[in-house]
Design a protein around this ligand. Structure first.
Ligand code: COA
Length: 211
């Protein structure tokens, strides 16, 4: 192509018309402005890690000084098991999210904080967080409910486990979790309760939930 270009441009008689920006024919379909969906639920990707971490940092650092996941851990889980995450986007902006990973033991241990074990019957929910502008509107409960419905549709998953501080136990009880007692995990002298959700009646639930 460079040779041909030189030949044509070098000729005093030929106008290099093909160098002009071509006129694009835009169909009415293409002309329609692209609008982002008002509300969308989807798995997160490593590209969402910064938005995730911004919400997480605001939610936790001001309260406890500790984030459940560092930015590197967010990136790592969204790389290893994006299918165990769920984000709620409004007009393209992340407003709430859940990040989970696979776990293979009855109870959560310190090791569970940083590991993803694939193809396991339990999911460890590391973090559920709602953007501060959107709290107390039912979004946390709705996202959690959708996530548990989604897990129900994934074959092989039987339980969801998490740890939380005492003040959030009523929130998770309302969502259908049961208390498993004090957790062995502690982070900077903070203590947690372990909660478990059993994805019961899977065959029935799947038949009736369009999985
Ligand atoms: C906890 C959280 C996910 C709840 O989401 P939300 O959209 O605000 O919650 P909903 O509107 O669905 O439900 C409200 C209920 O949450 C519970 N709740 C929320 N924040 C609470 C808090 N700081 N203390 C006690 N209960 C709280 C209450 O049960 C409340 O019900 P009430 O108003 O009748 O008391 C959200 O507040 C959040 O992101 N917090 C910061 C991060 C965090 O703590 N995440 C959970 C641990 S991983």
């Amino acid at each position: 192509i460079p040779t041909r270009l030189n030949q044509v441009c070098g000729s005093p008689f030929l106008k290099p018309f093909f160098l002009k920006t071509p006129v694009r024919v835009v169909s009415p379909l293409q002309q329609r402005r692209h609008t982002l969906p008002a509300s969308e639920f989807r798995n997160l990707t490593p590209q969402d890690a910064i938005s995730v971490f911004e919400i997480e940092r605001e939610a936790f650092v001001s309260v406890s000084g500790e984030c459940p996941l560092t930015l590197n851990e967010v990136l790592s889980f969204l790389d290893k098991c994006p299918e165990l995450s769920l984000g709620w986007f409004e007009e393209g902006q992340l407003v709430a999210f859940i990040i989970g990973s696979g776990w293979d033991k009855e109870r959560l241990s310190q090791e569970a904080m940083t590991r993803h074990i694939p193809n396991t019957p339990a999911v460890h929910i590391h973090v559920l967080s709602v953007h501060r502008h959107c709290r107390q509107q039912g979004k946390g409960s709705i996202l959690l409910w959708r996530y548990l419905q989604y897990l129900r549709c994934m074959s092989g998953i039987r339980r969801a486990l998490l740890i939380c501080e005492d003040f959030l136990v009523p929130f998770y009880l309302k969502a259908g979790f049961k208390e498993k007692g004090p957790s062995a995990i502690s982070v900077s002298n903070m203590h947690f309760q372990e909660m478990e959700y059993t994805l019961r009646g899977q065959a029935y639930a799947r038949r009736n939930s369009g999985c």
